[in-house]
Design a protein around this ligand. Sequence first.
Ligand code: ATP
Ligand code: MG
Length: 440
Amino acid sequence: MMEQEAREVLKRLTEHGHSAYMVGGYVRDRMMNRPIRDIDIATSALPEQVAALFPHTVPTGLKHGTVTVVTEHCAFEVTTFRRESRYVQFRRPEKVEFIDDLHEDLQRRDFTINAMAMDADGNVIDPFGGLADARSRLLRCVGSPHERFREDALRMMRCIRFAAEYELEIEPLTWEALLWNAPALRYIAMERIRSELERMIEGTFPYRAMRLLLDSGLMQYFKTDPGWPMARWDAEKRGCLQALQGIQDNVVRWALLFRLMETSAQDARLSLRRLTFPRNKAEQICRPLTFHEWLERKADELAEASGEPAGSEAAPLKRWEMLFKEGAARFGKKTLRQWLSVHRAAQSAAAAGGCPTPPAWQSLIIRHGEEWLREVAIDSLKELAVTGADLLRFHAKAGPWVGSILERLLTDVAQGSVPNRKEPLLQLADKYVREMVNDA
Ligand code: ATP
Ligand code: MG
């Protein structure tokens, strides 16, 4: 359906005397049998000419020549053929020049596999040998790789992303130019670096991407240092990054990455801020790490109380269960499930060598954690059968005591020591209030 509607857009443009092609990622993904997400169109028509030919358009990026054409079921970015002449400080130019030649438009693109076009009849226009490179699985710059990376340093990050994601070898001259021009990356805004990193870590082959990133040394030239210690890791240690591959949830992938680097929650937060991650995503990534630190502290306390060295699993299983369920009340079941995924993956990475083996108590929790979580009835105050207002019957003056008793009740319910019903909870609250008054 998308391809059908794209062809209709091409036909309308060509019927009015313009040339028009599907370009870039679409042609690449079609030719490499990869799933198609969107279709970009390039045309000799000027933006206002495009807008005049279709009933429904949106002026998406007029300055760059892009008009979005909205069809019955789809939307296509239609961009006028252009030339990007002056590059300022290793970044793509602010100003572009519209031209009417497809060939020149393809020539400004980064890699040969990205520099192909297809007309409405399915004929492929491939002036730089993108098809042959795709077949021999080579990622190669269009023209001189030195020039291309000098014009726009972000292309080096794209190079690594495409090589990893599409399982391509980077052509030797392209790789050499990348190594040479790496320092120019310092001119690229961290937002753009972050977006490429997200696509690498969250893509199909995060391990390949990380390996290339480390081999190239690009990371040390980021405008802001994300503070990842792995630049100094040897090949064996890097092997543990393979664990990223098996993870579905992207938040878990990032949390695992920080776990493998043995980064604290606080340092992870700092790193994510430097990488300009949105606050919300950063917080999500840090939650399982924060829970981990809480758990480690509690594990030490447990070990001390039982007189055993920290890290042993000497405390009876029941106490680990209670601890884990208390964690569910504090951090939520979702965070604990993410923690389980992170540590299950870290454990298998450790078994394969390269990163430290977790202490015995962690393996214990990993083994039973999911089963324990299934028994946890509720994990938030919202679900508790009593509210703060209910508690004021014991003591008319509201204060921090209300919150702390609610937290205790929630933990009790999560641990299964009291049912989530009003009467038993109020009885228990009554007892807690008396204790509190006696203590005071
Ligand atoms: P994906 O959408 O999967 O990232 P894509 O190739 O479609 O892949 P876009 O960023 O959507 O990537 O860009 C569309 C096309 O524009 C690319 O295929 C490429 O031809 C060209 N292009 C994008 N960014 C650059 C760049 N920094 N330098 C040169 N050409 C680029
Ligand atoms: Mg695209």
